[in-house]
Design a protein around this ligand. Structure first.
Ligand code: PLP
Length: 418
């Protein structure tokens, strides 16, 4: 039981260098966040040793009395946080939650209607070589070329034409709110089930700063690690007792074996924290940060460089940048921001003229910086740094120095590592 640094110095160095990277860079990947130390504690705990196939009180292994408490807490807190009658907190990830949802409510060959990947949907919503695209008959809706918004008339027309078994509302890259009631009305009209994947915006929902899909959807899936800022993992909610039963058997034994009890304990803590005023404040700063960024990137100097904010702004925690008319492409923009120590990801825009490894877009998110402590002042500063970098011709050293001031202002994980 020697410490990691002694047993495996190479891996210990990876951990330390990654901590240094997270401390020194400004994390603006929209799907990332920083978990609190309390969550790290559960994830690095002895709960990782425990097999607990089954559900609390109905396990296939002995010795589950303590992990049962953890899972009961996670379930009760998830239900209370989102106002749902049922929660399954066992999915290892967002993708495994989604696999279980489809396993529960559709059969291979059934038709699914979801947002296409290149318009902001997720792999598990029907991408060709993902299990969803291979097992199901996929019909995709897109966003309007002018407005960048989902067009509910198109969704309805496709639903009437193709009679899907499941309609999927949810996204990985979309800067606005979806109309869940309108989706449900369409689902009811064509006899489909509505599945909302709130992986990205679940933290905003928990804080009451985004409409909740729970009253409208037959089933809701989510991750815990994006806006919520908990451990990397997933969960599923429903208010329909029949679907709830199917979800439980789809997760286990349908999709998974032993649940990750150390992660489930960490989810319980994350849900507890998500019910606090500090969490609400963080989500509010997340939203304000994104709108400050969208405003700065809409100013004349940025527009003059051919750079546009898709949909003209944001209602959520991210901004999508359209570089189709700019000198700089998605890859160059990502690399340039990396050089000044800001981490973002390039992202295809609909009908992107550039190849998928290059792209003509950026997705920039504010959750991790809000967790780090950023408020209006710091978001205004980082937005200006990003704008000046993208316009071109700026002194990279000077921009990197401005980033360093911001990173130093909010030390990350003081007391951890070296
Ligand atoms: N659903 C949506 C909408 C996502 O954006 C993501 C992650 O990017 C997932 C599901 C999958 O989550 P995970 O990466 O944990 O499998």
């Amino acid at each position: 039981n020697a410490p990691l640094a002694e047993v495996d110095p190479e891996i210990a160095q990876v951990l330390q260098r990654e901590l240094d990277r997270q401390r020194g860079y400004l994390e603006m990947i929209a799907s990332e966040n920083f978990v609190p130390v309390s969550v790290l504690e559960s994830q690095g705990s002895v709960l990782t040793n425990k097999y607990a196939e089954g559900y609390p009180g109905r396990r296939y292994y002995g010795g589950c009395e303590e992990v049962d408490v953890a899972e009961e807490l996670a379930i009760a807190r998830a239900k209370a946080l989102f106002g749902s009658e049922f929660a399954n907190v066992q999915p290892h990830s967002g993708a495994s939650a989604n696999a279980a949802v489809l396993h529960a409510i559709a059969r291979p060959g059934d038709t699914l209607l979801g947002l296409s990947l290149d318009h902001g949907g997720h792999l598990t919503h029907g991408m060709k070589i993902n299990f969803s695209g291979r097992l199901y008959n996929i019909v995709a809706y897109g966003v309007n070329a002018e407005t960048s918004l989902v067009d509910m008339d198109e969704v309805r027309a496709l639903a009437i034409e193709h009679k899907p078994k499941v309609i999927i509302a949810g996204w990985s890259a979309y800067p606005r709110q979806l109309d869940f009631a309108a989706f449900r009305a369409i689902a009811d009209e064509v006899g489909a089930l509505l599945w909302v994947d709130m992986a990205h915006f679940a933290g905003l929902v928990a804080a009451g700063l985004h409409p909740s899909p729970v009253p409208h959807a037959h089933v809701v899936s989510s991750t815990v690690h994006k806006t919520i800022g908990g451990p990397r993992s997933g969960f599923i909610l429903s208010n329909d007792a029949e679907i709830a039963k199917k979800i439980n058997s789809a997760v286990f034994p349908g999709q998974q074996g032993g649940p990750l009890m150390h992660v489930i304990a960490a989810k319980a803590t994350a849900f507890k924290l998500a019910a606090t005023d500090a969490f609400k404040d963080r989500q509010a700063r997340t939203l304000r940060g994104a709108s400050i960024l969208a405003d700065r990137l809409s100013q004349q100097d940025v527009q003059d460089a051919g750079i546009k904010v898709r949909s003209g702004g944001t209602d959520v925690h991210l901004v999508l940048v359209d570089l189709r008319d700019a000198q700089i492409d998605g890859k160059q923009a990502e690399d340039l921001l990396h050089e000044i120590h800001i981490t973002v990801n390039r992202n295809a825009v609909p009908n992107d003229p550039r190849p998928p490894m290059v792209t003509s877009g950026l997705r920039i998110g504010t959750p991790a910086l809000a967790t780090r402590g950023f408020g209006d002042e710091e978001f205004t500063e980082v937005a200006d740094v990003i704008a000046r970098a993208l316009i071109g011709g700026a002194d990279v050293e000077a921009l990197r120095a401005r980033v360093a001031v911001l990173a130093d202002k909010f030390p990350l994980y003081p007391g951890l590592g070296q």
